[in-house]
Design a protein. Structure first.
Lengths: 117, 357
């Protein structure tokens, strides 16, 4: 990265719409490039942990790690998990993606229940 | 002292069961996958003596929290058994969600949500999702949502003597097995498009079942019956020593042995074979399954039967042996313990989405 001039470096960042805090954080940041690089470094760090290349310091679960995305008013801190986390083998799509592929919307859950025992 | 800013989380979900309370901790990245982190603690809420101070109760930093419900202090969390008198009956009650114990367990879940979010003395949950069995849904949905919404005070672990405020801005309650179906649908979205699906959800207290075709539920064929895994464990305990019903640890050992199809369980140094009690367990399975089948009417038009919940494997095996011709459409949930609560979480995210103009 030392010899990469800004004209030659393009980073495309995709922000999940289910993490509006991240969007706000990046949009409101004075130094967006630094913020993105920091998040990328955290991502690489997690990848190394998950692939067993570095020890999972501070992680109590077998495979669970806390994402580098914190609540809106928190600072990004090194990976740490307070409680055991169970993680499925596959990811769960974001609400938008899920709605799109399943056709479910809020009405599905709030529809009147006409059940009689 | 400068007041701390509240930590805000968007969606969280809690599934308060008879054996354990499951909760979500938000989305986490695992590799390239966005998944929903979960955790659980036993559904025990031992009442603390009235003269025990918070400082005394929390001395030694036990894993959990003291919660106050109607001026009574309970200890809830992973170390709850340390505060138990040894007698913690788990009765299956129609209004379980309205009991102080349920409320205490829900507040125990708030403790773990706050801990995970690294909240200080103030946490805001924008949208909380809970679930109820179908047989109590109509009666208790609004009451439970109202009870969950608003402010809840818990001890602040970082400041002994101070309290932490958890504010739930909005609470929704959905039908329990819908959660499992949504979780399953995350990787099998066709279940919401075509065919008849039956979700069988044997929890600790109730056997729930939910029938839907595509996105349309059939309430006439869906239902719940208040006998499930706890009744199986009681069927064994009653034959050996009926007072064991009130001993949660022995009941849990029996339940574990049944769920894992173990040949025996051990308590007080004595080994008890399960084989002599098989008929009692099967009687419970038959009774609850018969209720479900009677309500379902014909099962021949079903396209998928999904087994979820803590007793999924037990009911799956029983069903497979009893209805062999349905074998091709029986399916075991990959994550039966947490699939309901993960589905509640996804439901909360979908309900929280801004509506398209």
């Amino acid at each position: 990265m030392n010899d990469a001039s800004p004209e030659e470096v393009r980073v495309r960042v995709t922000v999940d719409s289910d993490t509006p805090e991240l969007l706000q954080r990046l949009a409101g940041s004075k130094r967006q490039a630094r913020e993105i690089v920091y998040l990328l470094r955290l991502g690489l760090q997690m990848e190394k942990m998950l692939s067993g290349k570095v020890p999972m310091v501070g992680v109590t679960a077998d495979v669970g790690v806390q994402a580098p995305v914190q609540a809106s008013n928190q600072t990004v801190t090194p990976v740490a998990v307070a409680a055991p986390v169970a993680v499925g083998s596959t990811g769960i799509p974001s609400a938008e993606a899920f709605s799109e592929m399943s056709g479910l919307d809020a009405d599905y859950f709030s529809a009147p229940v006409t059940y009689q025992d | 002292m400068k007041p701390e800013s509240p930590v805000t989380v968007d969606v969280r979900a809690i599934d308060v069961g008879y054996f354990s309370t499951k909760l979500t901790l938000g989305r986490k990245l695992v590799g390239d996958n966005s998944t929903i982190a979960t955790t659980l603690f036993p559904s025990l809420a031992p009442r603390l003596p009235a003269n025990m101070s918070l400082q005394t109760a929390l001395h030694g930093k036990p894993d959990g929290s003291v919660v106050n419900v109607d001026d009574v202090n309970y200890f809830v969390g992973r170390d709850a058994s340390l505060y138990s008198s040894g007698r913690e009956p788990r009765e299956v009650l129609a209004d379980y969600s309205m009991t102080d114990k349920y409320h205490a367990l829900m507040r125990g879940a708030f403790h773990y949500i706050a801990q995970d979010a690294k909240a200080g003395n103030e946490l805001v949950i924008r949208h909380l999702v809970l679930g109820l069995p179908l047989n109590t849904f109509g009666e208790n949905r609004d009451k439970l949502a109202a009870r969950a919404t608003g402010e809840h005070l818990l001890p602040d672990p970082a400041n002994p003597g101070a309290m932490r405020r958890v504010t739930v801005e909005k609470a929704s309650v959905i039908v329990q097995p819908q959660g499992a179906l949504v979780s399953y649908g995350a990787t099998h979205s066709q279940v919401f498009k075509e065919g008849w699906v039956l979700v069988v959800d044997p929890g600790g207290g109730t056997l729930d079942w939910y029938v839907a075709r595509g996105r349309l539920p059939n309430w006439q064929r869906s239902g719940a019956y208040p006998k499930s895994m706890l009744a199986c464990a009681y069927a064994v305990a009653d034959r050996i020593d009926p007072t064991w019903r009130d001993n949660f640890e022995i009941i849990e050992r029996i339940d574990k042995a049944i769920r894992e199809n173990a040949p025996s369980f051990t308590t007080a140094g004595n080994v008890y074979e399960l084989a002599p009690f098989t008929s009692g367990i099967e009687a419970v399975l038959k009774e609850s399954t018969d209720k479900m089948v009677a309500r379902l009417g014909s099962m021949d038009n079903l396209d998928l039967i999904l087994f979820t919940g803590g007793g999924a494997k037990v009911y799956y095996e029983f069903f497979k042996a009893r209805y062999p011709k349905l074998g091709k459409i029986l399916c075991m949930d990959e994550d039966p313990v947490f699939s309901n609560v993960k589905g509640f979480h996804v439901a909360g995210e979908i309900m929280s989405k801004p509506k398209a103009a």
